[in-house]
Design a protein. Sequence first.
Length: 108
Amino acid sequence: MGSWEYNFPAEEVLKLESEIKRIRINRRHIEGLWQEVILNIKSSSLRALLRMHCNLIFFDGKVACIEVTSKHLLKLTESKLLNIQSAFKNVCHSDIQVNFKVATPDKE
């Protein structure tokens, strides 16, 4: 089998590198925000639940999406919505719409 090589135009490579950097910065921002939100939760049991079983997977300044590891924990987490929204408000200084979703299992 032969091998092939394709040289991408330098401007395309620079655009891709820039986009990768932006995504990494955004991911670090979301992770830092999530840690601040967790620290603003008054209940230690809810803080533990969020740390161990939830991840902030999307945030655009108005809407946050939290991924929860199981359906059972999703119901428990949803029941704490007001507490979570309050923590977001403390950190972001505005009302944030919080949505939840169950994590999809990894396919091997």
